[in-house]
Design a protein around this ligand. Sequence first.
Ligand SMILES: [Zn+2]
Length: 378
Amino acid sequence: MRYNRRKFIKNTVSGTIGITCTSILQSFARERNLRNNKTLVKKAVAILEDGCSLAIPYWMIDSGKRGPSLVLIAAQHGNEVQGAEVARRFQKLCSEQLIAGKVWLIPMANLPAIRKRRHSFDLGPEENNRLNPHKLHNMQRHWPGNPEGNDTGRIAWSLYQSIFRHCSHVVDLHCWEHVKAAETLVYYDHEPSRIMGDVTTTRFISSSPVPEVKSNTLMLRRLMVEKGNGAITIELSGQYQIQELQVQTGLSSMINIAKRLGMIQGEPELSGKHIERRSDNSHEVVASCSGIFMPGFSEEKGRILVPEDNVIKGQMLGHIINEIDLKKEIVHAPVNGYLWQFGVCHWALCDASLPAQHPYVEAGGRLALIITVEDDFH
Ligand SMILES: [Zn+2]
């Protein structure tokens, strides 16, 4: 009885606040010419192998006008979580500014892996996808899913049936290790995808031709292209974390794509040109000796260097304390360019294991990858 009374008071109070806030927002929307598109929270329900059901929630915003159906899917890999906040902010923006088409936002696609706080839910401590011999629960290997497959395939199937089969454009948001800068991945020979890739705000882009289909199950981006839809992947920088700068990169990319597709008013806003990463403009910087690596300081920025920073030929990238004679071995930038990778990441495991982040490097180990820019190349 007491519980119910408290609950009643709580609901009444919050209900009143809700009404007040809603009316403020509505008048704010009218003043700023903003729309008030309804956001629905819907669920894709998978029936798992043990007969239990699992619901993956998503937002759906409908402008009420004809237009593209744009999907953002985040956290197909459970340790790649930055896109969840991108989806949340984009949902709010679309509720006010979407003028054509529909938007579908899946902030936590692979809920079992997120609950395990790992890339895939069958991985153990200090394991990443590369160490997983069978990759049975790597969601990217399962599209369009299988209602009689393993649990990950069943979740993919429910998402495909509820969302992807209705959509025209897809952004597949991932995160790679924190030593790598954010990058857009695009098929350059597929026009509907290329126009999406053109307007993302990652500094780097990497283009490849549409690969041949060799299996019944595909990566989501490849499957969407097979169906004639536009699709790109964005890799933000850093797993197991959410960084404001990365969220802003994801959000501004989504806004630009929606503008490019005529779903939000205005022209895409770009602060500069993408830097295309290719093998012929990638310069690896390796350790000249074994020892402890100390990253370099950027006087200009007042902090240590990080991925995305520009560097000039001869600039100090850091130093190694040599394990043999304790001499300080300076590491210089061999070219002008931008840091695509910076810092040690042993065995490609630096976001899954502390030893993999250890600053001890062996002679010949990679410390950085610099991408040169043609206009700037001397
Ligand atoms: Zn991923």
